[in-house]
Design a protein around this ligand. Structure first.
Ligand code: SF4
Length: 211
């Protein structure tokens, strides 16, 4: 509680928290750190008790995609202000551990749909990120890419130049690709496509152009 109070007293009134699990078994497995799930949950409870607000990022990945509805239910109970669900970008450690971490995106569709229903029933603002239109058809307005700022400065303590200006619009689009068959899709021009690293690992069989 003391740490949360210090942050809020220092002026932090909105917290962005990564929550990838709904219980200790999954949470501690993903973080590889015992008790991390309970500590995070207690931190959230403390923030709420002190009148703070929080937004969450829940990475959609192989070990948790079937639990996305459970995670959403838990976050609603904890008082989240909005939730974002980015699909895993298979680079760095995620690429090294791709067999463990990267699911077929089509397999996540049903669980995403259930999660969306829960959010909408509870009037919870939500978004998905790195998820193409064909996986969440009908919810195009909820793509985080619609409202991610085009460019902004990020803090990079390891670099000599502490703040870096990054054009996220360009960086993100460079990371994505569309299979040839997407040309037949009615969303072809608007859709950013899929992480090319994902396509390299999983292929493109699952993507069906929408007529
Ligand atoms: S353009 Fe391709 S990836 Fe995008 S919605 Fe259509 S089929 Fe899906």
């Amino acid at each position: 509680m003391d740490y949360a109070r210090k942050m809020i007293d220092a002026g932090v009134d909105f917290f962005s928290i990564s929550v990838h699990a709904h219980n200790s078994e999954l949470g501690d497995y993903l973080s590889q750190s015992k008790n991390s799930f309970e500590q995070k949950k207690q931190g959230i409870i403390n923030i709420k008790k002190l009148g703070g607000h929080f937004h969450t990022n829940t990475i959609i990945m192989k070990p948790n995609y079937k639990n996305l509805p459970d995670i959403a239910r838990m976050l609603i109970k904890l008082g989240a202000d909005n939730m974002n669900f980015p699909f895993i970008h298979p680079m760095g450690e995620a690429s090294k551990n791709k067999k463990l971490l990267v699911p077929k995106i089509i397999k996540t569709k049903k669980y995403l749909e259930d999660t969306i229903k829960i959010c909408e029933k509870n009037k919870m603002p939500w978004s998905v990120e790195g998820v193409p239109y064909c996986i969440v058809e009908g919810h195009e307005k909820n793509l985080a890419e619609n409202f991610i700022p085009k460019d902004f400065s990020i803090f990079s303590p390891s670099k000599k130049q502490k703040y870096q200006n990054i054009d996220f619009d360009v960086a993100r689009r460079k990371g994505k690709a569309k299979p040839d068959k997407c040309k037949e899709c009615k969303y072809y021009k608007k859709c950013e496509g899929i992480w090319w690293r994902y396509l390299k690992i999983m292929g493109d069989e699952e993507f069906e152009p929408i007529k």
